[in-house]
Every structure is written in structure tokens, then in C-alpha cells.
Write a protein that binds this ligand. Structure first.
Ligand code: SOE
Length: 389
């Protein structure tokens, strides 16, 4: 570790993402050799009993019940925000103002104006920042990026991305925070579409205009009494509340290089539990990715011998593939949680070597800009140019 001081992490939130990040901090030193060690100094949550249990189970040294206290602590270098989206802005800005590096889960903020404020705060403070677009760190996605950068697909014509889930179809499913605009900012678009938008930007380029359509299929739901993971419980006679976010959003877009973009994000695709997928079609070939087969990338090479052509399935699990040498022998597969280990490793390296992280809050803000343009296009029923946002 070159005698450098450990990076002392304070993390706020201990539910789904808090667990994923805790696991990543625990594993990063075991499987990687980061240039600075990671110290899991304190985890923070409002419910003392809950956060104490999380500290013990996830392996943190201490805990706090007040995030304001945590961000002011002198013995913390990095603040990791895994709370619901409505807390991102206040915490991220306070962390930056206290000179902490900041990691924030996606979406960066509830809206574009807030995302811009967060970005300005970290830039002003001169701290490092990274956003939780974890799928960028799947080896198959990194291979896709390399192939595109090498020109193996040639000129790109289409990006076609989908993120499909089905966990809220039942009308008795309660009004959890992900369905509440003041907490989540938006529905399927901000929660799921954000990942696809980020991959579209990462792999193909910037969007110049968008037009969308959305739907809220179930407009009222029982108010949640107890949240559990993505889900929650409500009694039979629970009062009902209004669902003010989109259940499904689709949009068309155009990239700055002229390629066409179609993106669909829905929580109403029966049978699809967590299906992020995309296909990119270029002049010289096509690639496709499907999250449940996270270690595979399909490739159609139009430059190969006619008569021998077809989609080939690349097993992205060889020593030569990104990150693979840190894990297991070839084809001893990895999964969802490993993407978080990779993203934490990269953030630690950025801090340790004093260089910008990627994807950072600029990427988070650019994603919010596109999401807001989509919403505006739906409201105004017309194409919206990104340069007007
Ligand atoms: C729930 O819809 C969720 O967990 C998202 O919040 C995550 O960002 C996505 O990766 C999986 O689905």
C-alpha cells in the first residue's frame, strides 16, 4: 500500500445498496491490491437498533445515527450515500463542504437543477466524486466498450436498450418510496432507465434530442407500513395514496454521431425480474448483452467469412478480460455484487492517485439532463433538444 494512509469510509444507509457497498468494501482488499487500504469506519442510519445490527453484520467499526455528525468527523475521508434519492443532495453537498470525497448512488438527484448543484459543490470543494452506475463495471460491458472503441462495429446505427422488471404489477403492492415522486424523483425512468441511459452515453455517445411516452398503470396503492428490500407490507385496510411516478417510460433519441436510440424502462413486464439488456448495431457488426447472462457478450461479426456468420457468444470470463484475473480461474463465474467491488476499487484508485473518477457526478448530471428532457418531451408532446436543457 506504499505506506499511504487508509481511506476511512463513512456510509449513510444500510439497506439494499448499503449492503451491496459494504460487501464491496470488505472484498476490495481481499481480491484487489488498491493503492490505499479501505477502512470501514462508520455506517449511519436513523434507527439505532437497525444501524447497530448492520454495523455488526456488515463489519463496520462504528455507527452514527446522525449523518450531519458523520460528515463533520475528522476521521472520515469518504462519504458514501446509499439513501433514497431525496437525501442525496443535502448529504453530498454537506460532505463536499466538509472536504470529503463523495460516492453517491444513482440517480444523482431528484431533478436536473439539484444534480447541477451537487456537481458544482464537489467541483468547488475539489474532492473526488463517483456515481453508482455499477453495470459499467461488468467485464462484458467493458469488453463491449473496448470493441466499439477499436472500431469493430464500425459506424453505429442503433442503440436499443431495455430495463424490464415486474415487481409492482400487483395492485395491492404498497406505495414504497420508489413509487413516491418526492422521495424517488421519478419512477421506472429514474430508477431503471438511468442505468440504460448511462450505458448508451458510455458506449455510443451523447444524445442530442429525445421524445418519450410514459404510463402509470396503477394510480393508487395502499400506503406502506413496513419496507423490506424493494418491497413492503401494508395491511388490508391501509389508507391509499396516489402513485405520482411513471410505471413505464419509453423514449426515442438521436446521438450526436447520428445513431438512433430507443430505450424502454418498465416495472410492468411480467416475467422479467431484473432484465437489463441492449443491442448495438453497427456497419461491421452487432453486439448484445443480457444482464441475467452477465458473463456473456454476443457478437455478430459482419467482416467474417460469409457462410460462417452468426451471433457468437463470447464467454467474458478469461484471464485476459477486464478484472477477471482478480477473481477465479476462467469461467468460474461472477455476478451482480462484483460490479460494486469493481466500482469501489476504481474510486479508491482515483482517490489514492489523485485523479478524476469515472463515472463521476458530471456523468450523473448528464444522465439527469437526459431524464428531465424525456419528461419534458412527454409533457410537451414534442422532441426536446438537449442543448435547450
Ligand atoms: C430496483 O428497481 C433496482 O434495484 C434499482 O434501484 C437498481 O438500480 C437496479 O440496478 C436494479 O433494480
Amino acid at each position: 500500500m506504499g505506506g499511504k494512509q487508509p481511506i476511512r469510509v463513512g456510509m449513510i444507509g444500510y439497506k439494499f445498496m448499503g449492503k451491496a457497498h459494504s460487501n464491496a468494501y470488505r472484498k476490495v482488499g481481499m481480491f484487489f491490491d488498491p493503492d490505499r487500504e479501505v477502512r470501514m469506519s462508520a455506517i449511519c442510519g436513523r434507527d439505532e437498533e437497525g444501524v447497530r445490527q448492520a454495523r455488526d453484520k456488515f463489519g463496520w467499526e462504528g455507527y452514527e445515527t446522525d449523518w450531519r455528525k458523520l460528515v463533520r468527523r475528522d476521521d472520515i475521508d469518504l462519504i458514501d450515500v446509499t439513501t433514497p434519492s431525496d437525501f442525496h443532495k443535502e448529504i453530498a453537498i454537506a460532505a463536499a463542504e466538509n472536504g470529503k470525497h463523495v460516492f453517491c448512488e444513482k440517480p444523482l438527484a431528484l431533478n436536473l437543477a439539484d444534480a447541477r448543484e451537487i456537481l458544482a459543490a464537489v467541483q468547488k470543494a475539489g474532492v473526488r466524486h463517483q456515481i453508482g452506475f455499477n453495470y459499467r463495471f461488468a467485464p462484458a460491458i467493458l469488453l463491449a466498450k473496448k470493441m466499439i472503441d477499436e472500431g469493430r462495429l464500425g459506424r453505429i446505427f442503433h442503440f436499443r436498450g431495455m430495463y424490464l422488471q415486474d415487481f409492482v404489477i400487483d395492485p395491492s403492492f404498497p406505495l414504497v418510496w420508489r413509487l413516491d415522486k418526492k422521495v424517488a424523483g421519478s419512477g421506472s425512468l429514474g430508477d431503471l432507465g438511468a442505468h440504460v441511459v448511462d450505458l448508451a452515453r458510455y458506449l455510443v455517445g451523447d444524445l442530442v434530442q429525445v421524445i418519450g411516452h410514459n404510463k402509470t398503470f396503477i394510480k393508487e396503492r395502499p400506503l406502506v407500513e413496513h419496507m423490506t428490500g424493494l418491497s413492503g407490507k401494508a395491511s388490508d385496510n391501509a389508507p391509499r395514496g396516489i402513485v405520482d411516478v411513471d410505471d413505464a417510460t419509453m423514449f426515442l433519441g438521436e446521438f450526436d454521431n447520428g445513431a438512433m436510440c430507443t430505450i424502454e424502462a418498465t416495472r410492468f413486464a411480467q416475467g422479467h425480474k431484473n432484465d437489463l439488456s441492449f443491442e448495438i448495431n453497427g456497419e461491421k457488426g452487432s453486439i448484445r448483452f443480457f444482464l441475467p447472462r452477465i458473463n456473456e457478450l454476443e457478437f455478430f461479426d459482419a467482416t467474417s467469412d460469409a457462410g460462417l456468420q452468426g451471433f457468437a457468444t463470447i464467454q467474458v470470463s478469461e484471464e485476459i478480460h477486464p478484472y477477471w484475473s482478480h477473481w477465479w480461474p476462467a469461467a468460474h463465474v461472477i455476478g451482480y455484487e462484483h460490479t460494486f467491488v469493481h466500482e469501489m476499487y476504481e474510486f479508491v484508485q482515483a482517490i489514492a492517485n489523485d485523479r478524476p473518477a469515472s463515472p463521476d457526478f458530471e456523468d450523473g448530471m448528464q444522465c439527469s439532463r437526459i431524464l428531465e428532457a424525456v419528461d419534458k418531451s412527454i409533457e410537451e408532446r414534442q422532441w426536446i433538444r438537449l442543448d435547450s436543457m
